[in-house]
Design a protein around this ligand. Structure first.
Ligand SMILES: [Mg+2]
Length: 202
């Protein structure tokens, strides 16, 4: 529990959606099961590309687009602690910016945005801004929280502070790493608060 002043005041914290706030894998698995895929063909993912689930990138993208049509962006379950964690960051003074690459597969931007708003309202999530698309560095945040190895490493290559949100598919990405939402607020205070002795990147 963090008390006292608001150590993240004035800071923009960029938070990814899928794999950080939203359980993308759970929704996609349910969608594929309902379409007739056997559970044995959908093991716990070990890489970001879901290579155990799909033989080709084209097959993965096609399933993604079909799942979006079935409500993935609107109805994906929340990951544990996401709403409370975002609330905690805002209580610490941070501006929380949703930073998502959603829409990268030609989805209607207005629908993408509307689905985010519906999802946030459903789960009691309040944020201060939304940035869609890549590069995520364009969101101009002081720190980013993301599960994608590619996005985390791209941000760090651009000298941005990026925390990897622990998932089975990003185990090789170096620290700083958040082991779930309960860890995240204190970790960001350590990384960002004035006087912190914790390094800001690799
Ligand atoms: Mg993600």
């Amino acid at each position: 529990m963090i008390s006292g002043p608001r150590p993240l005041s004035g800071l923009r914290v960029g938070v990814d959606l899928d794999g950080v706030c939203c359980d993308y894998v759970a929704f996609l698995r349910g969608f594929l099961l309902s379409a007739g895929r056997p559970p044995s063909a959908l093991p716990e993912p070990v890489d970001y590309e879901l290579s155990d689930w799909f033989d080709t990138r084209e097959a993965r993208v096609a399933a993604h687009i079909a799942a979006v049509g079935a409500g993935l962006h609107r109805d994906a379950p929340a990951l544990p602690g996401a709403a409370a964690g975002i609330g905690a960051l805002r209580n610490l003074g941070a501006s929380v910016v949703i930073v998502s690459a959603r829409g990268s597969h030609g989805e209607d931007p207005a629908v993408v945005r509307r689905d985010i708003d519906v999802w946030a309202q459903t789960h009691g999530v309040s944020c201060d801004d939304v940035h869609l698309g890549r590069p995520k560095s364009a969101a101009a945040c002081d720190v980013y929280v993301d599960d994608s190895p590619g996005d985390v490493l791209d941000l760090r290559a651009k000298q941005r502070l990026a925390v990897v949100f622990d998932q089975p598919w990003n185990q090789t990405v170096p620290a700083p790493r958040a082991n779930g939402w309960t860890d995240l607020p204190a970790l960001l205070v350590d990384l960002l608060a004035p006087g912190s002795l914790v390094a800001r990147g690799p």
